[in-house]
Design a protein around this ligand. Structure first.
Ligand code: ADP
Ligand code: G6P
Length: 475
């Protein structure tokens, strides 16, 4: 039997598949790991559990057949060129993404984008209904597919449906701006269980349901009239901590870390930033803060390097273009002002690297700088803790990342406060070895104990038990 005919009892549905289909210049086709934290987190879950992953393969106007990959089935959903523009770049990434991240960029509202969003969500729901076995567990992911839980329930009431939002669920006042706020709430309420990264997200959602719909809300439960009960709770996501640690301790990665240090001329300290090139990540503020520390002589470029890698992301969306230009300019200006010694003070790479290179970078980073203006979780912070060897390291972390709720021993910053951030960056770099070790020990324990398997088990176990309750009550 081919993968196309296989039905699965466990189905993950996400806008992106774990792999992107890439057509090279010579016309050959290859598959590459897709960008972002969602894929980093869920890929090991699927490798372990098996099942089907329904998602888009990253190229437009291409139909791709299902296939087996790392022990699970890839079920591609096609998007046309205009759907990529209107559903993906438009409604998902120029309306919902900024709105859900505290409007740190201005969200645009366009009716055609909404229409495309509805059409594509319908297609994802149809594909999922086709591949899910009788009574299967379906786990819908993230803001691109907020309508899928309800659409799917209408087609397949036998399914157990979970939904997890990887990004923040915004405060009520912001969400209410959405012209389609009621449809989106009803869409999410199609799930038996809605998971958010932090408890504040679930309570924002429940508050909105209380004020904007007719459904009865009791604590974390919503009684969806004539249908089922939807529960909303926080499930802070994590990473495959053991997998990252093992990779970082492999001889290849240790050798790559040494080679990187050789290339950098063995600086006394390495500051590291790792992000998708996204305006929510606080890159402008971070580069400015590091630049001022060099310019004011508080950091000596002969001793210190700031290494920043940024994965290209959503490059056709205006805000992302502007950000790319701004960072290029800013880094260029700083490097030309503060003299380097054979290498610049800021080493900036705008590209995507293999995971082994990321692990090598985490190994050599004395200070990891994670400064988003708003972030659902931020897995980079956790990856650093899993990969950096020993206990002499430091994590500088924005209070506005979901991870700050768990990683309390980090050196916390408010990225909007440039002077405050500069002070904390210096403090993290010069703190006593004893203090740095004490913090790192607690942080590493947190990441080692809260693995991605535990996260998935908790969600799926809860979905299993909660999803059944209402039907028993109705019987
Ligand atoms: P987001 O999901 O918003 O991109 P996260 O911090 O949660 O933010 O996850 C980012 C993921 O992308 C991490 O797994 C990180 O290792 C990976 N990543 C970031 N920058 C790069 C890069 N330049 N090359 C390869 N992977 C990267
Ligand atoms: C974040 C989002 C994911 C998204 C990823 C990469 O992690 O929560 O849903 O897949 O960024 O973004 P992209 O637009 O390239 O899929």
């Amino acid at each position: 039997m081919t993968a196309a005919h296989l039905k699965a009892s466990f189905v993950v549905v996400a806008n992106r598949l774990s792999v992107d289909r890439v057509t090279e210049d010579d016309g050959s086709v290859s598959w590459r790991t897709a960008p972002g934290g969602l894929v980093t987190a869920l890929e090991p879950v699927m490798r372990q559990r098996g099942g089907a992953w329904v998602g888009w393969h990253g190229a437009s106007d291409e139909e791709v057949e299902p296939f087996e990959h790392e022990g699970y089935t890839i079920q591609p959903v096609p998007l046309s060129h205009s759907e990529v523009e209107e559903y993906y770049e438009g409604f998902s990434n120029a309306t919902l993404w900024p709105l859900f991240h505290d409007s740190v960029a201005f969200p645009e509202f366009h009716r055609e984008w909404w229409d495309a969003y509805v059409t594509v969500n319908q297609r994802f729901a149809e594909k999922t209904a086709e591949v899910a076995e009788d009574g299967a567990t379906v786990w819908v992911q993230d803001y691109q597919l907020l309508l899928v839980p309800q659409l799917l329930r209408e087609m397949r009431p036998d399914l157990r449906i979970g939904f997890f939002l990887h990004i923040p669920f915004p405060p009520v006042e912001l969400f209410q701006q959405l012209p389609w706020r009621r449809q989106i709430l009803e869409g999410m309420l199609g799930a038996d269980l809605v998971g958010t990264q932090v408890p504040g997200g679930a309570s924002n959602f429940l508050r909105l349901v209380r004020t904007r719909t007719q459904h009865k809300v009791e604590r974390d439960r919503v009684r969806v009239e004539g249908s089922h009960t939807c529960v909303a709770r926080a499930y802070p996501i994590s990473i495959d901590s053991a997998g990252f640690e093992e990779l970082a301790n492999s001889p290849e990665v240790i050798a790559e870390a040494e080679a990187l240090l050789d290339e950098l001329g063995h600086p006394k300290q390495v500051f590291l930033g790792v992000d998708r090139l996204d305006y929510t990540k606080g890159l402008r503020q971070r580069v400015r803060a590091m630049g001022e520390l060099f310019q004011e002589g508080k950091l000596d470029p002969a001793d210190v390097v700031f290494f920043q890698v940024a994965t290209p992301s959503r490059e056709r969306v205006d805000e992302y273009r502007r950000l790319r230009d701004d960072i290029d300019l800013l880094v260029g200006r700083i490097n030309s002002e503060v003299g380097g010694v054979g290498r610049p003070a800021i080493v900036y790479r705008h590209s995507s690297f293999p995971r082994s290179t990321m692990a090598a970078l985490y190994r050599i980073a004395d200070v990891m700088v994670v400064t988003p203006l708003r972030d659902g979780m931020n897995l980079v912070a956790k990856e650093y803790l899993a990969c950096h060897p020993g206990e002499d390291g430091a994590l500088v972390l924005s209070e506005f990342a979901g991870a700050a709720r768990e990683l309390r021993q980090a050196y916390m910053v408010n990225p909007y406060d440039l002077n405050g951030m500069k002070d904390v960056l210096l403090h993290a770099a010069t703190d006593s070895p004893r203090n740095r070790r004490r913090r790192m020990r607690a942080l590493k324990r947190q990441v080692r104990e809260n693995t991605i398997e535990a996260w998935a088990d908790r969600f799926i176990d809860d979905l299993g038990s909660l999803g059944r309750e209402p039907r028993q009550q109705e019987a």
